[in-house]
Design a protein around this ligand. Structure first.
Ligand SMILES: [Zn+2]
Ligand SMILES: [Zn+2]
Length: 273
């Protein structure tokens, strides 16, 4: 059964926040082009071990590059917020090779416990270490995901990204009109039956929420597991935008879904503040 609601589009995104996200995205795309010396080794049989694959793989990266990405991100944050300049100096002083290695490992699994402790121990704002570590790790995760594509194709239905483990909460309708779940974090995409819950697979208890005045977006919400997925029709967009930005720009859909009692998932590691 499918019920269609209609709701007015809300404008919840602050202009400066959107601009900053755009700048981070540009930076992230630049980093991805700069990555060198990445090697990915799958330990054991990926299909047998189950998803997500990335946290189980052996990733070897150039840590001076990871450090540079973090520093460039700090620089960008400093341009937007003067209070950040002092914090940026402090963090630069903390980034030893040991810290960088740990940050990278814990960022892959989005270990809030570790990063909250780290912030606490070093007297840093709680959002900052995880934000830096996770954002700077993303280009490596995206490159590694491309390399793991053959193994990823063999994975079964999962309620989260089979590559990095991010909850499946964002999808695009592709050129053929098929629903393609897309991970805003590692950019892995996988096709799913259009009308089923991305989390529990239920077809009967899925509700489609539409947004008044916004033809290109809907929310697929599930009464069975209370999960939801935002679905954006990419055929109705003028220019192709990265799923990461589309996810940020469609935050009003998250508000609508959560207001209706869906989601309320734990922080999914987006690292935004
Ligand atoms: Zn992913
Ligand atoms: Zn469900």
């Amino acid at each position: 059964m499918k019920v269609v609601f209609s709701m007015a589009k809300m404008n919840v995104l602050d202009e400066n926040y959107e601009k900053l996200q755009q700048e981070i995205q540009t930076l992230s795309e630049k980093w991805r082009r700069e990555i060198s010396n990445l090697s990915v080794n799958c330990i054991g049989d990926a299909a047998e071990n189950g998803s997500p694959i990335l946290p189980q793989a052996d990733l070897s990266i150039d840590f001076s590059q990871y450090q540079l990405f973090i520093e460039e991100l700090l620089h960008l944050l400093g341009q937007n917020n003067e209070g950040m300049i002092h914090l940026a100096d402090k963090i630069r002083g903390l980034l030893t090779i040991d810290v960088l290695q740990t940050w990278f490992e814990e960022a892959i699994v989005v270990n809030h416990f570790y990063f909250n402790n780290y912030a606490d121990e070093n007297n840093l704002p709680v959002w900052l270490p995880i934000f830096l570590a996770e954002q700077a790790a993303r280009p490596f995760l995206q490159e590694a995901t491309v390399r793991l594509e053959p193994q990823l194709k063999e994975m079964n239905h999962a309620s989260s990204c089979p590559s990095c483990g991010e909850p499946a909460r964002f999808a695009l309708l592709n050129k053929k009109g098929k629903k393609e779940l897309t991970c805003p974090r590692c950019l892995h995409a996988w096709e799913e039956k259009k009308i089923s819950c991305a989390h529990c697979g239920s077809e009967d208890e899925l509700v489609i929420l539409k947004v008044e005045g916004d033809e290109s977006a809907e929310i697929h919400a599930c009464h069975k597991c209370k999960g939801y997925t935002k679905v954006i029709d990419s055929r109705k967009m003028f220019k192709k935008e990265s799923p990461t930005l589309l996810d940020v720009k469609s935050i009003h859909l998250d508000y609508i879904a959560q207001e209706k009692g869906f989601g309320g998932l734990e922080d999914s590691g987006k690292g935004t503040h």
